[in-house]
Design a protein around this ligand. Sequence first.
Ligand code: NDP
Ligand code: AOF
Length: 597
Amino acid sequence: MALSLVAGYSYSLLGKGFSISNSLHNNNSHHARDATYIKRAAEIADSSSGFTSPHPNFGCVLVTPSGKVAGEGYLYAQGTRPAEVQAVEAAGPWSKGATAYLNMEPGDCHGDHTAASALVQAKVTRVVVGMRHPLKHLQGNAIRALRSEGLQVDVLGEDLQSKIIEEARKSCLVVNTPLIYRATSQVPFSFLKYAITADGKIAASSGHAAWITSKESRARVFELRGRSDAVIVGGNTVRRDNPRLTARHGGAHMPLRVVMTKSLDLPDEANLWDVSDVPTMVVTQRGARKSFQKILASKGVEVVEFDILNPRDVMEYFHDRGYLSIMWECGGRLAASAISDGVIHKVYAFLAPKIIGGTNAQSPVGELGMVEMTQAFDLLDVCYEQIGPDMLMSGSLQPIPDPTPIIPSENETLAIDPTVNPYEPSIIFFYKTWDPYGAFSNFSAHSIKMPEENGGNVTWSSVEHYYQASKFMGVSDSGAKDCIGKIKSAKSPEEAAKVGRSMQRLHPNLVRADWEDVKIDVMYSGLRCKFSSYPYLKSMLLATSGSVLVEASPHDLFWGGGREGEGLNYLGRLLMRLRSEFLGESSTSSESTCLAL
Ligand SMILES: NC(=O)C1=CN([C@@H]2O[C@H](COP(=O)(O)OP(=O)(O)OC[C@H]3O[C@@H](n4cnc5c(N)ncnc54)[C@H](OP(=O)(O)O)[C@@H]3O)[C@@H](O)[C@H]2O)C=CC1
Ligand SMILES: Nc1c(N[C@@H]2O[C@H](COP(=O)(O)O)[C@@H](O)[C@H]2O)[nH]c(=O)[nH]c1=O
């Protein structure tokens, strides 16, 4: 309305109305085109969700000046080839002069500018960015780098503004909602899923609930599980349903299965205690049934104790473990507690056309203490979808936080971390690759070239790939060679770790006999190679001089520092040893076991 008034005014008074309304029309059609391709970038960015974890979602669409899509790409997993590199390769010579549509600014960090460089080298002239990177230490870096190379960069909501652009921007926020939550709050993104009858029950009065919804709906539930880092139920659901909580729709990422129980009064035998394919964690109250904790530990189930067990503390702990997305599949009592604690952000309600009745039959959310309808939570951005005979209603309990800037100043982004004073001993924590010192993690995407026993050499995609494969090196068994091959071809460091750990657990006979004696040296040689091969990593390590380095893994008590500093922090120690070696302060032999890349 406002736009057409301005156009009309211009036409009659200035005699330039034709060109102005034309330019408005052009603007609208440009915006429509930009919005279409940004939405497409967001759509393909989502392609790997459910297949990898963690999963920040990046997509890139290259469009020629004549409006043809010349190439597309999406990031499969952290540490794999950036979407931009794939799109440029697919487009070949058509990249020149093209516009690149990115759902999110690439996370170019720690001196690694692969994604932005691919666009520059391919002579892309314009880049449209759906949203800035939500993590503050990465925000603006790639946009600034692209602009400094002379590319026109238009950011939705900043350089481009209209209703249609806002809709497209929303699709970018949606596709990376978990990452945005990570950037803006101390808890991961959580959604509550439940199945109800048409009269609002999640089970019969007896507690029986298998099944309320159809096969089709349950298949969708498997997909939702695959998109999550962890699935949570309460103790009662384990006692009542003996669930498996796996993503059984094929090829999916399997989330960690979590039981929240205060009493720890759980059965000795349960599907969740079979951890051969999928891990299980039990979170409980400190001191609860110590003898049963031992039984669980002997089965390979991780038990984590909390002083006072509540959803918020568990979610803060999961945030520290680096999880992005959590699915709550619990009954009404735990659901009410999680909602009251403010940790549930979205709801997926599967409604089946059945009536079970029963005054004692549970509903999906227990007591919230509300007494009037005016107090009810309104769901936002509600969607309805028919799935087989059922209906899926989804909606948000809280709006997606908007991470848009606060654009950091030049100095702010150039400094690695202004809070660190090199003259005073301080602690620098690192853990997930996306954190400010994330490049210190073994999961960072830095390949290393290491010598082999036979005189050749092998390039490993990350230190994690090399470390995991080393477990099986020198073992004269074809099974061990298979393990090495599988780890080498793992698409991401996370996958390499998963394969290496499960092979070690399932086939201990294939692990080299001296592994426990040599693993620290193996790790050190991998680290030395990594930090010697990338000068910016070496500088970054040297810049931490005077600070204590701690891998902030809350669960790895050997390589990491643990939840409360109880871990041995061997990774941090080795990095400090390496730093000393680089500084020439150490008498450690500097015999090189690393080859130039
Ligand atoms: N239709 C559906 O979608 C679903 C149906 N169900 C059905 O729901 C019923 C179970 O419901 P419900 O007992 O509510 O579910 P849950 O078992 O999922 O949750 C309650 C249990 O969670 C544990 N818990 C830990 N911390 C808390 C906390 N802070 N607040 C509340 N509970 C906590 C307790 O375990 P403990 O007692 O061990 O200490 C408690 O008994 C079953 O009949 C099951 O079949 C369950 C899931 C989904
Ligand atoms: N009854 C019910 C659900 N219940 C949920 O599914 C769990 C069982 O999962 P699994 O053992 O992996 O098949 C159960 O404990 C509860 O959390 N889910 C649904 O989609 N529809 C249903 O009708």
